[in-house]
Design a protein around this ligand. Structure first.
Ligand code: TEU
Ligand code: CA
Length: 538
C-alpha cells in the first residue's frame, strides 16, 4: 500500500502574480492583491498555491530571470507582504509553494556581475568559454530559438539555454549547490510548503561538446536528465528537503515516461512528481511553432500513456507557458462552457495531483492578438527575430506566433465585467481580454450552472471520493475521440466519460448514479458534444 501524502490529494492553483490582482493601480498584480483573493480561492476549494516567481528580477522573462533568490520584487510588494500572505493562507488551511529557477540566474544577479567583472570565484558559477575556430564554443540550440552563446569581450562567451539575460549556472561547482541549499532553507524556514522546480532536468551539463544536429535543441543529449542531475536531486532531498514537510514538482522538459518515472521514483528520492509535456505536444510536429490540427484522440492516447506508466502524475492542461485549454482543446465559441467544464472535469478525475491555472476555473480564452506589438513575451520576440534572420515572411512568422505565444495565458485575470476586468484601476501591463465583459468571476458567482460553480462542485466531489483521489486507473474501450476510464478504490468505483469532440457520440450505456455532469443528469447511450459525466458504478 502506497503511503498517502497531503500533496497528493491537495489541489494546486497556479498564480501568475503579475496578472492576478493589482492592489495599488500600477497595472501589475501584486502580493496584497493575492491576499485580497484568498477567500475566493478558499471558496473554490484549492489547498495549495503555486506562485510563479515573485523575486527581484529585471523581468526579461517575467521573473524567470532572478537577480535575488531571497527577496521580493518591489512590483509585488515587500517581504512583510510575503510573510503576511503565508500566514493568511495558513489561517485558511492553504499552503504555498514557490517557483525555483536554478538552471540559470539573471545576468543582473550579483554572482553574474562579479563574474563579468573578472572575479574567478564567480566566473566558475557560470559557463564562460573561449570561441572555437573564430566561432561560438559549440553548436547547441536554444529553447527560445536563436543563440545560446553571448559574447563578452575578447573571443569569450557565456552559455544561456534561454534568453541571453538568463546565463546558465554551472552545477559542477559545489559552491553553486551550497548557495542553492541556503535558498531552499530560507524559504522553507518561512513556512513554504515546497517548490515547483523550473526546467529541473536540464541543470547538469555533462559536457559542452557539439551535439548531434537536429531540428531544435541541438546538444540536448548532453544535458537531458543526466546522472549528475539525478545526483543533485538526491542530495537536495537528503540535505534539505527531507527535513521539512514539503514537496517538489519538477518541470521536466522533453521527458518520456521512463525518464519521468526515474525522476519521481520514491525509492530514488528525487522529486515527488513531474510535469510531462507529451500531452501538450499532441498538436505540433517537432517544435511548438509547427502546429498541426488538434485531434482529440491523440491527446487521449498521450494522457492514457502517462496515467498507465507513471506512479503519481502531476495533471495539468494549462499554465503560464501554454495557450488556454478551451481555445486549444475545446471551443471558444458557442460551446465554451460545456467544453471548459469537460476539460476541467477530466483534469480533476485523472489519477494524480491536479493543477489549475488562474482563470481556467472560469473558462478564460486566448487573446485576439493582432500583431507582435500586442505581445510582451520574450520567447515570441526571440523566435520572431530568429525566423526573420532565416528569411521567413512576416505573415508566416506572425501566424506561428499568434497561435502559440505564451501571452495568451498571461493576460490579466478577469474578476468583473468592467473594462479592465476588475484587475487594476491603472494601465494593465498586458491588455485585458475584451471578453471580460461576459467571462468574469463576478458574473460566474451569480450562476449556479456556470463554469466556476462546476469547478467548485467537481472539487467537492473529488474530495469526497476515495476512488477519484486514490483509486486505480483503467481506460475502457470507447469510440474515437471519447475518453472513458474507471477509477477504483477498495470501497468505490466510478466511471468517467468525456466526449472530447464537438460531435455527438454513441456509447455503450454505463449504468449507475450520475455524480456530476455538464449536461444535467441524463444517463443515455449518447454523449452530446463535449459531454462529461462521472457515474458511480459500484
Ligand atoms: O519553461 C521551460 C520551457 O522550456 C518551456 O515551457 C518554454 O516556456 C517554452 O515554451 C519552450 O518553447 C520554464 C518556464 O515555465 C518558462 O516560463 C520560462 O521562460 C523558462 O522555463 C525559463 O526559465
Ligand atoms: Ca500593483
Amino acid at each position: 500500500m502506497m503511503q498517502k501524502h497531503w500533496w497528493q490529494n491537495g489541489i494546486v492553483y497556479q498564480i501568475y502574480p503579475r496578472s492576478f490582482c493589482d492592489s495599488n493601480g500600477d497595472g501589475i498584480g501584486d502580493i496584497p492583491g493575492i491576499i485580497s483573493k484568498l477567500d475566493y480561492l478558499k471558496s473554490l476549494g484549492v489547498d495549495i498555491l503555486w506562485l510563479s516567481p515573485v523575486y527581484p528580477s529585471p523581468n526579461c522573462d517575467n521573473g524567470y530571470d532572478i537577480s535575488d533568490y531571497c527577496g521580493i520584487h518591489p512590483d509585488f510588494g515587500t517581504m512583510e507582504d510575503m510573510d503576511r500572505l503565508i500566514a493568511e493562507a495558513k489561517a485558511r488551511g492553504i499552503r504555498i509553494i514557490m517557483d525555483l529557477v536554478i538552471n540559470h540566474t539573471s545576468d543582473e544577479h550579483p554572482w553574474f556581475k562579479k563574474a563579468l567583472a573578472g572575479d574567478p570565484e564567480y566566473r566558475d558559477y557560470y559557463y564562460f568559454r573561449k570561441g572555437k575556430d573564430g566561432k561560438v564554443p559549440n553548436n547547441w540550440g536554444s529553447f527560445f530559438a536563436g543563440d545560446v552563446w553571448e559574447p563578452v569581450g575578447d573571443d569569450e562567451y557565456y552559455l544561456h539555454l534561454f534568453a541571453k539575460k538568463q546565463p546558465d549556472l554551472n552545477w559542477h561547482n559545489p559552491k553553486v549547490y551550497d548557495e542553492i541549499c541556503d535558498v531552499l532553507r530560507f524559504w522553507l524556514d518561512k513556512g513554504i510548503a515546497g517548490f515547483r522546480c523550473d526546467v529541473i532536468n536540464i541543470i547538469y551539463k555533462n559536457t559542452l561538446a557539439d551535439g548531434k544536429k537536429q531540428l531544435a535543441l541541438t546538444g540536448i543529449e548532453h544535458y537531458l536528465s543526466t546522472e549528475g542531475c539525478h545526483d543533485i536531486l538526491q542530495r537536495l532531498r537528503k540535505d534539505v528537503l527531507s527535513k521539512y514537510d514539503c514537496f517538489t514538482v519538477g518541470e521536466t522538459v522533453m521527458v518520456d515516461t521512463k525518464m519521468a518515472g526515474d525522476l519521481c521514483n520514491r525509492e530514488r528520492g528525487e522529486l515527488d512528481m513531474v510535469f510531462g509535456f507529451e500531452h501538450m505536444e499532441c498538436d505540433q510536429i517537432g517544435v511548438k511553432w509547427f502546429k498541426v490540427p488538434y485531434r482529440p484522440q491523440k491527446l487521449i492516447d498521450r494522457l492514457d500513456k502517462w496515467q498507465r506508466e507513471i506512479q503519481w502524475a502531476a495533471n495539468y492542461l494549462e499554465n503560464h507557458d501554454q495557450p488556454r485549454s478551451v481555445s486549444r482543446f475545446g471551443d471558444e465559441g458557442g460551446m465554451r462552457e460545456v467544453s471548459a467544464k469537460m476539460l476541467g472535469g477530466l483534469n480533476l478525475c485523472l489519477r494524480g495531483t491536479a493543477y489549475i491555472y488562474e482563470g481556467q476555473e472560469i473558462g478564460m480564452t486566448n487573446y485576439p492578438f493582432r500583431s507582435l506589438d500586442d505581445i510582451e513575451d520574450v520567447e515570441s520576440h526571440t523566435v520572431n527575430e530568429t525566423a526573420r534572420k532565416m528569411g521567413m515572411w512576416p505573415s508566416l512568422r506572425w501566424s506561428l506566433i499568434r497561435k502559440t505565444s505564451r501571452d495568451h495565458a498571461r493576460t490579466p485575470m478577469q474578476w468583473t465585467g468592467d473594462e479592465l476586468g476588475g484587475f487594476t484601476t491603472g494601465k494593465p501591463w498586458l491588455a485585458v481580454n475584451p471578453n471580460c465583459s461576459f467571462i468574469n468571476v463576478a458574473a460566474e458567482e451569480e450562476r449556479a450552472d456556470g463554469v466556476l460553480s462546476f469547478y467548485r462542485e467537481m472539487i467537492r466531489l473529488r474530495r469526497s471520493s476515495n476512488a477519484l483521489q486514490w483509486g486505480d486507473y483503467r481506460k475502457l474501450s470507447s469510440p474515437k475521440d471519447v475518453y472513458i476510464f474507471e477509477r477504483e478504490a477498495e470501497d468505490e468505483k466510478v466511471t468517467v466519460l468525456c466526449n472530447m469532440s464537438r460531435k455527438e457520440k454513441r456509447i455503450d450505456p454505463v449504468d449507475g448514479e450520475i455524480l456530476i455532469g455538464n449536461y444535467g443528469d441524463e444517463n443515455g447511450a449518447v454523449l452530446k458534444p463535449y459531454e462529461f459525466r462521472v457515474v458511480k458504478t459500484s
